[in-house]
Design a protein around this ligand. Structure first.
Ligand SMILES: NC(=O)CC[C@H](N)C(=O)O
Length: 388
């Protein structure tokens, strides 16, 4: 469903950036950030704030984020609002050109920062039309490219977008995971105080498996009173048990949950059999569901933003949540031992499960660093509380 205005337009004189979709659609704009090209799936995010957190969330690996909010970059960037030190989104598409930063916390201009991270930006795009297109025909594979001289080999870019296999079936969790075990001490950030610290001897002890985690999730575990040890995605069951966890946390992360069958899902299955308490968020929730016998599916357009209404089945309460996912647990194929606990009010998709007879549950949403909804904090308290 290519839009004629974008498909056949000649390259405008000032075009230094372009987004080329796998179906041949060419969307011209102005490049910023890193120079070069990157391939990924184009998604859209509706949050009005938190672009730096979005761009450093490892769950966005291999994705190009279209921001529906038109002014991106105007509060600059800082060293405190990073969600990780690893790669997140490969690029972003925005409406307005990035203007001079205006915020007392800003340390670096957004384009400069993006360039230092090797990520490409594209401005001057009709992001409403692009978002509408994704809503109508699903998230396309594409190449984003930036050349200050405007040198683009469009047929080659189309070929590259077409040759990319897509996120379905792609295992990215082990690629972005940290490689070494580490003790985690940082708590939640507050103005004037920075990040809180937790004593290393706090109890209970949670072993958090990093499948591409957002740091703020670990900070919330600390805030809830846990001592946290973070381990890499492919840590063996024996190694996890040696650490004597009171509970195991499964992090968010990129890629297809069903593609982690070589390491994550079997380990989680064994943890369930041993009755270890488990809490999973996003990818962690999806893989917990797989380990319990449920199925996951790729969504048409996904949920990405900070204002997604989710209903808790237990008492009907609606939370406004922050989400970023393109896969979901299939709530039409839940086995008897899996109970649906939360559901999206946008499209009825699954947003939370509990495994019956076990102390194991997961949700699709998560707290952002700053600022953002903290509604899911009660689940951190519930999890840490159940560990005694
Ligand atoms: N935020 C996440 O953990 C994302 C999970 C998974 N990669 C998805 O796209 O659905």
């Amino acid at each position: 469903m290519a839009d004629a205005a974008t498909s056949h337009a000649q390259q405008p004189k000032d075009a230094s950036g372009v987004l080329v979709l796998a179906d041949g659609t060419v969307i011209w704009g102005r490049g910023f950030g890193a120079i070069g090209e990157a391939v990924g799936e184009v998604c859209f995010n509706t949050a009005m704030t938190g672009y730096q957190e979005v761009m450093t969330d490892p769950s966005y690996a291999a994705q190009i984020v279209t921001f529906t909010f038109p002014h991106i970059g105007n509060v600059g960037t800082n060293e405190e609002d990073l969600e990780s030190q690893v790669e997140g989104a490969v690029g972003c598409v925005v409406r307005e050109d990035v203007t001079a930063p205006s915020n007392f916390r800003s340390r670096r201009e957004f384009s400069d920062w993006l360039k230092s991270k090797g990520k490409i930006g594209l401005s001057g795009v009709d992001t409403r039309a692009l978002t509408r297109r994704i809503r109508l025909s699903g998230a396309p594979n594409a190449v984003i490219a930036h050349s200050p001289e405007g040198n683009f080999d469009i047929p080659a870019l189309i070929k590259r977008a077409q040759a990319w296999p897509g996120l379905e079936g792609m295992d990215l969790a082990r690629v972005v995971s940290r490689e070494k075990q580490e003790g985690w001490e940082g708590g939640v950030w507050t103005l004037g105080k920075g990040y809180a610290r937790s004593p290393r001897d706090a109890r209970p002890h949670v072993v958090a498996i990093d499948y591409g985690a957002k740091d703020n999730i670990f900070r919330n575990l600390v805030k809830a009173g846990a001592q946290v040890t973070v381990v890499p995605a492919q840590t063996s069951l024996d190694r996890i048990l040696e650490l004597k966890p009171d509970g195991v946390f499964l992090s968010n992360g990129p890629g297809d949950p069903a593609a982690t069958g070589a390491y994550a899902v079997p380990t989680i299955k064994s943890l369930l059999e041993k009755d270890v308490p488990i809490f999973g968020i996003c990818l962690g929730h999806q893989m917990l569901a797989l380990a319990a016998g449920a199925r996951t599916t790729k969504m048409h357009q996904g949920h990405r933003g900070a204002n997604h209404p989710v209903q808790r089945r237990e008492d009907g309460v609606v939370e406004i949540t922050s989400m970023n996912h393109g896969f979901a647990v299939d709530n039409n194929a839940l086995p008897d031992n899996v109970e649906e606990t939360h559901v999206s009010l946008f499209d009825g998709s699954n947003c939370g499960i509990a495994v019956k007879g076990k102390r194991a549950f997961g949700v699709q949403y998560h707290p952002e660093a700053s600022p953002g909804p903290q509604d899911s904090f009660y689940l951190f308290e519930k999890f840490v509380g159940m560990l005694g």
